[in-house]
Design a protein around this ligand. Structure first.
Ligand code: COA
Length: 329
């Protein structure tokens, strides 16, 4: 299986730290020093997450030189679909990928990594030949814009990767580990609103609706700096790969301090740690493919490069994968 294309899309509207400080009691220097974020993109009135996911997929299709009708699978990692029944079929329709089965997968900020590994199984077991994996999130819809402890972190975006079976015996997905811990789920979640209403004859029902993002920042920070190095270390060891042989460390873009802490733990030089947090903040399931596409486009990631990636977030969920980028044929 090979990674042969990438694409990404972000909304036009940009919201700087200074602008955000007009809304909540915060400031540019606090946000920069604690997170590394300078601005984030926000979907405006004329766009949707399905649009962004579709644009990212189109670019990945173009790089891979694929006919949309040759795609077998579209996996959309998102926690913020336009339709709770799933938005992937609308992405499929936008692309004209009429032969692809399309469905959503939800695992918050780990969603792209979980979807990538899931799609790879279909290719590795011979069920499908071509897949698009897209991570897209619009957390701006679910942030409490008056909660300065969380609203400064998030933004909207989408990124996609094209995967296909290959004749090479060296699989592009070298290895992966995935983890979940629902016991700790309460430190980062977006729970339903408990709204019991009478239906008829004493029968009640729960009206649909969700609250806003609930986050214990310090607990999530501790979780990330403990679990991400640990899962990466296990993955590297089980695949007999040394940190020095990595070309890139591509972590979920949550906080620059988390990226630096993981790099320090493995003595990986900061030049090898991909980061675009300053421009986009945390775009949840989109961060990894958005960053990957940027580095492919500007020539930093080259064919044959070895990348260690790790996603982590609500659930709690986390994972890591080792991948070799191939690029288009
Ligand atoms: N602007 C200014 N001050 C702020 C602020 C903001 N946006 N947010 C919090 N503060 C204040 C707090 O009120 C607190 O003040 P106090 O000491 O007077 O009470 C002080 O800054 C320190 O707050 P604290 O929450 O301890 O900050 P922190 O160093 O832990 O940084 C986060 C907060 C959210 C940046 C950090 O905990 C973090 O990044 N956690 C991980 C979150 C994450 O990545 N979530 C997504 C995972 S997928």
């Amino acid at each position: 299986m090979a990674f042969v294309g990438s694409g990404s899309a972000t909304p036009d509207q940009s919201l700087s730290n200074d602008q955000l400080s007009l809304r909540v009691d915060t400031n540019d220097s606090w946000i920069r020093s604690r997170t590394g974020i300078c601005s984030r993109r926000i979907i405006g009135s004329d766009e949707s997450i399905t649009d962004l996911a579709g644009r990212a997929c189109l670019k990945a299709l173009k790089m891979a030189n694929w006919d949309p009708e040759s795609v077998d699978l579209i996996l959309l990692a998102t926690s913020t679909p336009d339709d709770l029944f799933g938005s992937a079929p609308q992405v499929q329709a936008k692309l004209g990928a009429s032969n692809a089965v399309a469905f959503d997968l939800t695992a918050a900020c780990s969603g792209f990594l979980f979807a990538l590994v899931t799609a790879a199984q279909f290719l590795q077991n011979g069920s499908f030949k071509r897949a698009l994996v897209v991570g897209a999130d619009q957390l701006s819809r679910w942030v409490n814009w008056d909660d300065r402890r969380s609203c400064v972190l998030f933004g909207d975006g989408a990124g996609a990767i094209a995967l296909e079976v290959s004749s090479s015996k060296n699989d592009g997905l070298i290895g992966f580990h995935l983890k979940s811990d629902g016991q700790r789920g309460g430190c980062l979640n977006l729970p339903k609103i408990q709204d019991n209403l009478p239906l008829v004859d004493g029968i009640t029902y729960q009206q649909g609706g969700f609250s806003t993002i609930q986050m214990n920042g310090q607990e999530v920070y501790k979780f990330a700096v403990r679990e991400v190095p640990s899962i990466l270390e296990n993955l590297l060891e089980s695949n007999k790969i040394s940190p020095e042989s990595l070309d890139w460390l591509l972590l979920h873009q949550a906080n620059q301090r988390i990226l630096d802490a993981v790099a320090d733990r493995f003595a990986i030089p900061y030049e090898k740690v991909l980061s675009n947090l300053s421009n986009y903040g945390n775009t949840s399931a989109a961060t990894i493919p958005l960053m990957l596409d940027e580095a492919v486009q500007d020539g930093r990631i080259k064919p044959g490069h070895l990348i260690a990636t790790s996603g982590f977030g609500a659930g709690l969920s986390w994972g890591a994968a080792l991948m070799r980028w191939q690029g288009p044929a």
